[in-house]
Design a protein around this ligand. Structure first.
Ligand SMILES: [Zn+2]
Length: 144
């Protein structure tokens, strides 16, 4: 699976993202101390955020959600923290809290699926995961 955002922005090493400060080292973006002489290069996660172009959409809905909204969102946040600690390109881009549903956008397809699976694992309900034919975009829906 090759995310066009990753392919497009293969930077020279070492490089530092001027927006979030992560470092491109040995072929991947990592959380490292800033190298002495580094190129500025916007990382794929910040680029997607700038472009308002999420890789993943997670839609949570249903009556159970409206009652347990806070604890479910805590779980979502925890999932992001866990993923992000080892994989700094895995981020939540935005959370749109609507009356009867919550739409979470992510910078990577993997995180969207992880969030959906974590909520499903903890609260059961109905989970649906749909990838676009090229697999660069995933739409995850959970309802209970
Ligand atoms: Zn960045």
């Amino acid at each position: 699976m090759h995310d066009p955002y990753h392919a497009r922005s293969k930077p020279p090493e070492p490089a530092v993202c001027p927006q979030c400060g992560i470092v491109f080292h040995e072929g991947r973006w990592q959380r490292l101390p800033r190298p002495a002489a580094a190129h500025d290069h916007v990382c794929p996660a910040c680029r997607r955020t700038e472009d308002h172009f999420p890789a993943g959409y997670v839609t949570l809905s249903g009556k159970f959600l409206t009652i347990h909204r806070e604890e479910i969102m805590q779980l979502v946040r925890n999932e992001e923290t866990n993923e992000n600690s080892g994989h700094p390109l895995q981020r939540i881009m935005g959370i749109e809290d609507q009356q009867d549903k919550i739409v979470i956008t992510t910078t990577d397809v993997h995180l969207a699926r992880r969030i959906g699976e974590a909520v499903h694992h903890a609260y059961r309900g109905d989970l649906d995961v749909k990838y676009s034919p090229d697999e660069y975009l995933v739409r995850v829906s959970w309802e209970r």
